[in-house]
Design a protein around this ligand. Structure first.
Ligand code: AGP
Length: 615
């Protein structure tokens, strides 16, 4: 996600802000920018696609000297990475500059109304709309920036963490947040700092105030720190003493990025759903499908391409699309597809899934499919990466940067988006009765809360991990929607703990793998109470009879598997089609803890890269 750094004080802002942006680089970004108000009163903005170092090279040796400045590292959500879309953004009269982290859901409507009033917006971003809106409120009323920001934000739907500076008031920063964190630092010399997390601040001061949702702060060298709510209630700032060390803050206090990203899943799934589920109207909004509805309506087959974890998300999607859209689905390893002589028909719809958007095999497979005239829809996490630029349409997963090589939050966000796609196509094709559709929407919307409950078992899972950490092999077994999760759980374990693990359809055991069972073999069954539960219980009994150390991922209150397994991890009950979003989480935590116990390099496992950009 984006990074925000701002400073107002007695010293030049530039070095403080640039250093702060470098401390936020771990968050992942594609462009960077900075704005300062110079002593002569000019608002100077420099911004560049690329890294902070590229921004510094772009600025050159004549550094800004102003003592108020805002800086931003952009993780693109609206509009590809380029100089124009980089932050800060200015308003129409170039009096104010803004930096923003979050998603303004109603930005298109606001943008249209601003254009009707003569505003000329230069970028594709939702953030620039905010700058114009705030400035318009200031110009149309006697409100100063503090009140104008509050008034403007009362018109906004979505998530924001933002900082605004005003060249007519160079001794002040205005900050606001909703669903996207902001930390205020209070310097001993009366200076103020604002940042997305404490990383850029902790080297300057340990005294911080955490802005809460729908709060706006004025940080003024003369008037001090004032906080109001959007509805203008006065808030008394609560100052905290920072205790974390710099290194741990980058990981949000977690030992590894992978663990942080596992725990980010309630929020990353919310962000994937945000603006796409409308419970009130009982509908899903997937613009990338609706813009090409004829292709989906007349699709004779859906071909899903991906690698690794993304391929597993594709397997979940196979069950989802065949269940809800009643369209035949084939899931292919992109690396195999691209070198075969595949049969593709022009009425095929291809879904290409990739977290990084740069996987060479997936990109090449897309080009093969497109060359034969298929419609290609991309499901990707990195805005503006190669795959979204190559596909005919698509949907971003909005999971935020995933730093750990082992994919976790990106996978659940992929499955969330694919679930919405399958439901949307099925609903538009009239395959899903409205009451079932509305119920599934409500359940999907509540999945983040259920993931929170599963995460609450992390300490129990840690204890179970100790029982299995010395294993040399492991088997993951599931049926139906849970078969892809068996594969994903096995991949997680093998790629970070280096234990040889295999995922299988549970019924497949009888066709060979059951020969592997002995008293030492850990067997992880993913066995929620779904349509095939009884069949899986039989498989558990077959394995139990031959030894094996059994762990069951089961529905809360399960008795049958619990009576057979050595350990069980419970997940909340939900619709079969949504259960993969819950059942994968214990497997992520289990593999993480086993890898830590084996002292493996969890975030950068040996031989692996986060994005396989070569064949
Ligand atoms: C998953 O944990 C691995 N990092 C790997 O299998 C990954 O899913 C695969 O390389 C595909 O990457 P992509 O989603 O960025 O295309």
């Amino acid at each position: 996600m984006c990074g925000i750094v701002a400073y107002v004080g007695l010293n030049p802002a530039f070095p403080i802000v640039i250093d702060g942006l470098k401390r936020l680089e771990y968050r992942g970004y594609d462009s960077a920018g900075i704005a300062t108000i110079e002593p002569e009163g000019d608002l100077v903005v420099s911004k560049k696609k690329g890294k902070v170092a590229d921004l510094e090279s772009h600025i050159g040796s004549s550094l800004p000297v102003g003592s108020v400045g805002i800086g931003h590292t952009r993780w693109a959500t609206h509009g590809p990475p380029n100089d124009t879309n980089a932050h800060p953004h200015r308003g129409a009269s170039e009096r104010i500059a803004i930096i923003h982290n979050g998603i303004i859901e109603n930005f298109a409507a606001i943008k249209e109304s601003l254009k009707c009033r003569g505003h000329n917006l230069l970028s594709d971003t939702d953030s620039e709309v905010l700058a114009h809106l705030i400035e318009e409120v200031m110009d149309a009323s006697s409100l100063d920036l503090f009140d104008a920001v509050r008034a403007a934000l009362s018109q906004v739907v979505g998530a924001y963490a933002l900082v605004v500076i005003d060249k007519d008031n160079p001794g002040r920063l205005i900050a606001a947040r909703k669903s996207s964190p902001l930390v205020i630092g209070i310097g001993a010399d009366g200076s103020y700092y604002v940042a997305s997390d404490a990383t850029p601040i902790v080297g300057h001061t340990k005294n911080v105030v955490y802005l809460e949702d729908e709060e706006v702060a004025s940080l003024d060298l003369e008037e001090g720190l004032r906080i109001r709510t959007i509805s203008n209630d006065i808030i008394t700032p609560e100052v905290h003493a920072l205790e974390m060390e710099l290194e741990s803050i980058e990981k949000g206090g977690y030992e590894h990025f992978m663990l942080k990203e596992i725990f980010e899943q309630p929020q990353s799934i919310r962000d994937s759903i945000r603006g796409r589920i409308n419970l009130q109207h009982g509908e899903i909004k997937m613009q990338g499908i609706d813009d090409h509805w004829d292709r989906w309506e007349n699709a004779s087959r859906i071909l899903i391409l991906g690698c690794g974890t993304s391929w597993h998300a594709g397997l979940v999607a196979e069950y989802l699309f065949e269940e809800f859209a009643r369209i035949p689905v084939e899931v292919e390893y992109a690396s195999e597809f691209r070198y075969r002589n595949p049969i593709i028909r022009p009425d095929d719809v291809v879904i290409a899934i990739s977290q990084s958007g740069e996987t060479a095999d997936t990109l090449a497979a897309i080009k093969t499919a497109k060359s034969i005239g298929a419609h290609v829809f991309g499901v990707c996490n990195v805005v503006g990466s190669s795959i979204p630029r190559e596909t005919d349409s698509g949907a971003y997963t909005h999971a935020g940067p995933e730093i750990g090589v082992a994919s976790t939050k990106a996978f659940t966000s992929q499955v969330a988006v694919l679930t919405m796609m399958a439901l949307h196509v099925g609903h538009r094709k009239g395959n899903i009765p409205q009451d079932r559709f509305s119920r599934l929407l409500a359940e999907l919307n509540n999945i983040p809360e259920l993931v929170e409950k599963v995460l609450g078992q992390a300490s129990r899972i840690d204890v179970i991990a100790e029982q299995f950490a010395n294993a040399e092999n492991a088997l993951y077994l599931g049926r139906g929607f849970q078969f892809p999760i068996a594969l994903e759980g096995a991949l997680k374990l093998k790629e970070i703990s280096y234990i040889h693990a295999e995922g299988y359809p549970a019924a497949e055991m009888k066709h060979g793998p059951i020969a592997l069972i002995d008293d030492d073999m850990p067997v992880i069954f993913i066995a929620p109470m779904d349509d095939v539960y009884e069949k899986v219980v039989s498989n558990v009994q077959e394995v139990k009879a031959r030894g094996g150390r059994l762990l069951g991922v089961v529905t809360e209150g399960d008795k049958d598997v619990a009576a057979l397994a050595d350990h069980v991890i419970e997940i909340p009950r939900c619709d079969d089609a949504l259960a993969p979003l819950l059942s994968v989480v214990p497997l992520q935590l289990l593999s993480y803890r086993m890898a830590v116990l084996r002292e493996c390099n969890v975030d950068q496992p040996r031989n692996l890269a986060k994005s396989v950009t070569v064949e």
